[in-house]
Each structure stands twice: as C-alpha cells, then as structure tokens.
Design a protein around this ligand. Structure first.
Ligand code: SF4
Ligand code: SF4
Ligand code: FES
Length: 241
C-alpha cells in the first residue's frame, strides 16, 4: 500500500511516494503522522482534533475532497492539497482568503439585539447549516472557482441561507440577499459537487437554490435569464406580407 503525496517546499513542487504497508495505521491522518515520525519529518500537513470536528485536515484523495482523519485507507492513494487556496507547504493551505468571504456576513450579527431563543421548529430550519466546520471541502470541489476566483463559494452561501432562514434575523434579509447577487448564487452551476463532498452532510446546492427563490421573491432577477431575454435580436417587427 502506498501514498503518493504532492509536495510543495521551498519553491519546488513534486511528489513523494511512501510505502505505508508496515505502518499499522487505518486512517489517512494516522499515516501522515507515522510518515512524519518514521519516514520523513519534513512532511507538512494540518490537523487538530483527529475526530472530524475542527475541519483542519481536509485534503484531496484521488481527486476527491475528504477529511484525512475520517478517511480509511483503501489501497494506493494519491494525496493533494485543497484546490483554490494558496499552498503554504505540502498539504497545508492558507484558508484565510476563502474564509474571509463569510466574515462580512458574521460581522452583521449583533448578539445584543437577537432574541436568544428559537422554537424547535425554527431551529430545525438552520440546524444542519450550523454544523459547518469550515473544512473547505466544498470550496475545493467547486468547479466555478476554477474560472471565477471571486465566486463566494458554497460554504459562504450556505452561511447566508442559514441567517436568511432564521426569523430572528428577518430585518436583515434584504441586505443579505443583496450581497449574494454579484459573484454569488447566479454563478453557481448547480453541479452538486459541494453537496457530495461535505463531511457534515450539508447541502449547499439546495441552500443556493433556496437563496435564488428568496431573491426572486424579493424582486431580484437571474442575470443569465435577463441576458437571454434581452439578447434576442430585433428583426424590426412585422411579418413582411
Ligand atoms: S453546486 Fe454550485 S456551489 Fe456547489 S460545487 Fe456546484 S457550482 Fe459550486
Ligand atoms: S459546508 Fe460542509 S464541506 Fe463546506 S465547509 Fe462546511 S462542513 Fe466543509
Ligand atoms: S483533524 Fe479535525 S477534522 Fe480532521
């Protein structure tokens, strides 16, 4: 059993393959720690809780995003850092730029003004979204970010929906919806990759669809639809009889 790991160190990139058959590990994160301890102390990766809670150990395994601490080794595997994040070293990436896309949303909260209690029914509307651990798996899996780096991305849009659906923040819904019109909900292709890779079983694609419906109800328009409608050539009218 081997792990081929993409390496980025001191301006050089490449891969290193490690035979891990004798390491007696079951998880990918366990293999990283053993490689670092016994085979290559320079291997760099990020991790914290080792139990799927902190969201720091996300990597790509054979082209699919996953948490290294939750991933059971299944044979020869190819490991890469998350996409669309600056690589700091090997598998460790800088998530600050991606996470900054939700800072403006969180800064809107004024806890002093928010009733602290939701009814169970209200809470059930946003419970799932609240479980986001900011692992960035969905962000790395999103094909739109390959061509539109300014796209807000799935977890930031899920966060917006979490507040829009919470009646305690109702007064801010209009301004929240305004923030997702540009580089937001209309840029999503609804491919569902974000939903497929989320370790918390959150469904950003559905949340984006909900945001689209709420936006239309609030008077916004789908710019793609508007372009198609207004892009029809004008042949001057009349039927030429
Ligand atoms: S559904 Fe939308 S946000 Fe999710 S991965 Fe696809 S394009 Fe990105
Ligand atoms: S929505 Fe899921 S995949 Fe995306 S950052 Fe949150 S927990 Fe990770
Ligand atoms: S180490 Fe915390 S989620 Fe994997």
């Amino acid at each position: 059993m081997t792990l081929t790991i993409q390496r980025h160190q001191d301006g050089k990139t490449g891969t290193a393959t490690f035979d891990i058959a004798s390491l007696r590990v079951t998880t990918l994160l366990g293999a990283f720690y053993e490689i670092k301890a016994k085979l290559d102390p320079t291997l760099t990766f990020d991790a914290g809780c080792r139990s799927g809670v902190c969201g720091r150990c996300a990597v790509r395994v054979n082209g699919r995003e996953t948490l290294a601490c939750s991933h059971t080794l299944q044979g020869d595997e190819h490991i890469e850092p998350l996409q669309y994040h600056p690589i700091l070293r090997d598998l460790k990436v800088d998530t600050s730029q991606a996470h900054a896309k939700i800072v403006s949303e969180d800064s809107r909260r004024d806890e002093a003004l928010i009733p602290s209690v939701s009814t169970p029914e209200e809470e059930s509307r946003y419970r799932l979204q609240t479980d986001c651990i900011l692992c960035d798996c969905c962000y790395s899996a999103c094909p739109v970010l390959a061509v539109t780096p300014d796209f807000l991305g799935p977890f930031a849009l899920t966060r917006v929906w979490r507040y829009v659906v919470d009646p305690r923040f109702e007064e801010q819904d209009a301004s929240r919806l305004e923030t997702v019109q540009k580089n937001g909900i209309w840029d999503c292709t609804l491919c569902g990759e974000c939903t497929t890779v989320c370790p918390q079983h959150i469904d950003p694609k559905s949340d984006i669809l909900h945001l689209r419906t709420a936006s239309l109800q609030a008077g916004h328009t789908d710019p793609t639809f508007a372009q198609q409608s207004f892009g029809v050539p004008d042949f001057g009218g009349g039927f030429g009889f």
